[in-house]
Every structure is written in C-alpha cells, then in structure tokens.
Design a protein around this ligand. Sequence first.
Ligand code: BTN
Length: 265
Amino acid sequence: MSPSTIMPFGHQVSAQLTTKALGYPLYYQKQVSSTNHLALEAVQNGAEHGTVFIADDQTEGYGRRGRTWISDAGLNLTFSIIIDKPCEDQNIGLLPLATCLGVADAIEAAVCPHALQFKWPNDILLNDQKISGILLQVMSPPTDQIILGIGVNVNQTDFPKDLESLATSILLSTGQQMDRASLMASVLLHLEKTLDLLRHSPWMIRQLYTEKLVWIGQNCTIDGMNHPVEGILTGIDDSGALTIHTTSGPQIIYAGNLSLRVADH
Ligand code: BTN
C-alpha cells in the first residue's frame, strides 16, 4: 500500500516538508468554510509565522473582488499561510508578485517545461488560462501579519460552463496527474525562497516577475478604479505597480483588474 492510501493528507504534506518555517504548524481539514477564515481567526489568536491551513473542500471559498473561488473537493490545493510582515513597507507591493513567483516555481518544477505567465497582480496562467489565484488579506485594524490565500487547480478536469474557457488545471493542460501532497510541500519550499528574495533582493522579484508578465506591449484595460484606464502595458515599477502608456502619457496603476483590449475594427 502506498503512503498516500494510508496517511491523512496533512501528514503526507508534513512528511515531505523541507522548509525552515512555512508549514509549522500545518492544519489540514477535509471541509472548511474558507481557509482564509481560519487563518484570520488564528491571527487574532496570536498564530505564528508559517502557520498553514489546508482543506480538501471549501464551502465559502472566495477570491479577489468578492468572487467565489470554485474548486472541486479533493482535486486541487486550497490553503492559507500566515506570514509576519516580510519586507520593508516600501516593498510590500511586491509581496503578491513574490507569492506568484513561488507558486509558479513549484508548478514548473513539477511539470517542466510548461511555461507559466502572470496576469498582474495575482493570477498565474498556463496557456492563457488561469491555473492559480492568490488573495492577500490583512486584519483590520492591521496587524504585522499577512494571510496568503492560495488556490491551485491541480487535478480538476471539469469547470463550470462560464469558466471553461478561462480556467485550467495542471492535469487538463499537461495531461499529468499530480500528487497534491508533494506539490503542496514544494509550493511551501519555493514560496519560502521567494519570500527570502523579497526581503534581501527585492529588485530580483520585479525582474523575475516581469519575465513572465503577460500582455507586455499590448493594448490593455484596467478596471476597478474610478474609471477604466486604457493603454499599452509597459511593465512593473520598483514598487510592484503596473506601468501603462496611455494617450495622455505614462501612468502607474496600483490596483485594478487587468484585461486585454480586443482591437476595434
Ligand atoms: C483570486 O483569484 O481571486 C484569488 C483566489 C484565492 C483562492 C484561495 S483558495 C484558499 C484561500 N481560501 C479562500 O477562500 N480563498 C483563498
């Protein structure tokens, strides 16, 4: 009998952990409302840096802008990590980018040579479809701890009709069925490395993220502010903000929802 048939999922992950701090402690439950809910509660109760909550199923999983996070039970990774403030305040905008890099490194290590791309700020794409989403949350009033809520589509093959063209999974895109526990341990290891990089060489985060930034040089729209901004996407600045060249000159965008603008004919 293989270990995966006899060990609970949380133990399988813990048995493969090679991190210094992430994953200690690690709490696994079959079904929860949202792992971010558990993490928020834990922060209030003084949880330690590195604490992880994983669930096979979330009944109220959510993403950015209050969207529902759809994930079939037992097929994907849905988890939240509590971290202490990882860097100087002026670099905090690079945190979502560092998180994307860590998750992408783990996926690429598992299914190399499939190249991933980033849709600024928090989405990871494979073949132009979303394979992972990241939601950063802080307590209000803010504490020095941050919650990284991460969903990775791993072995799911059916998505609801409205997501079919937008979402994918590792299995759907590469044909490779993944061992979720080893991927989870690897995500934590790679994430720990990119968080170290964020602390010691933040400029590297900008450089590595930009190499995978989708739609550079293309006409894009950013929604979610007072009015949509349209222009040619030029890159990321030192703070992790998006830079875009509009008809009235260069602009820096700190938050919003990026989409590719379909050419008008
Ligand atoms: C997004 O793409 O909008 C972010 C999605 C984040 C989903 C993860 S799954 C684990 C954690 N728990 C949640 O309820 N959300 C995050």
